[in-house]
Design a protein around this ligand. Structure first.
Ligand code: GLP
Length: 241
């Protein structure tokens, strides 16, 4: 596991964006695994700027997002499909048909998860998977105690995760407690992994991820077993190391 500690969130976003840009320059038809949450917002902004400046193209790229809330329509402002369209897809030259996000309104969620796995395999697997991390060490929506070899499936969110994400919802708005997520085994199949994290809130999770034992209690700790995983974090997030 390669650990890169940078001064602040802006440096983390710049470094992360450059990793994606280099990947796309080397292989324009890359399959990218993408993440949502506040962590990658600035990274996507820089990627958009690079595409709009003609530095790189996403025309041949295929993407698979990590997760989606169960019960939210794609048009809901807090759905991860909406997030991705807003922050990235609508602003770059990617083909919308080549962007994949699990369907939060699927009538048969488990079938949708199996189909997602098959689609990733058909595309030759993920070349570069971008990850954030939950303050409880989750990756995607693989909460603590998730099987370290799990595949894409439905997960119940922990109270801590629901509380952490409440800030994105209106006070009286329905907030899902269930999600569809790539499994930890699915994530580990990616050829390269790039995790970004900033802020003191993530320090404890990163201490367990980097220095703790590999354990389902901290799902991100499995990244210690990946041959090509890079963690890009700022000083505040590195405080516990
Ligand atoms: C969310 C998402 C994760 C994300 C994490 C951190 O619940 N499911 O994919 O990495 O929590 O989010 P943030 O970047 O907003 O701190």
């Amino acid at each position: 596991m390669r650990i890169v500690i940078l001064p602040d969130p802006a440096a983390v976003a710049a470094f992360g964006a450059q990793q994606l840009i280099s990947q796309l320059q080397q292989k324009p038809s890359s399959v990218l695994g993408l993440a949502t949450g506040s962590s990658p917002v600035q990274l996507y902004k820089r990627l958009v700027q690079a595409v709009q400046a003609g530095q790189v193209s996403m025309a041949e790229v295929t993407t698979f997002n990590l997760d989606e809330y169960l019960g939210l329509a794609t048009t809901h402002s807090q759905s991860y499909r909406h997030f991705m369209n807003t922050h990235l897809f609508d602003q770059v030259d990617i083909r919308l048909a080549a962007t994949h996000v699990l369907d939060g309104l699927s009538s048969d969620p488990q079938k949708a998860c199996s189909a997602y796995e098959a689609l990733i395999r058909d595309q030759g697997g993920v070349d570069l998977q971008l990850l954030g991390i939950g303050r409880n060490g989750h990756i995607g929506f693989n909460e603590p105690s998730s099987s370290l070899v799990s595949r894409t499936r439905v997960k119940t969110l922990t109270e801590d995760t629901v509380a952490a994400n409440r800030r994105f919802f209106q006070p009286d708005e329905f907030q899902p407690h269930l999600a569809l997520t790539m499994g930890i085994g699915t994530i580990m199949d990616a050829k390269q992994i790039l995790l970004i994290a900033t802020g003191q809130d993530k320090a404890e999770a990163l201490r367990h991820t980097i220095e703790g034992p590999v354990s389902a209690h901290c799902p991100a700790s499995i990244l210690q077993m990946h041959a090509k995983a890079t963690l890009v974090i700022d000083k505040a997030a590195a405080q516990g190391l």
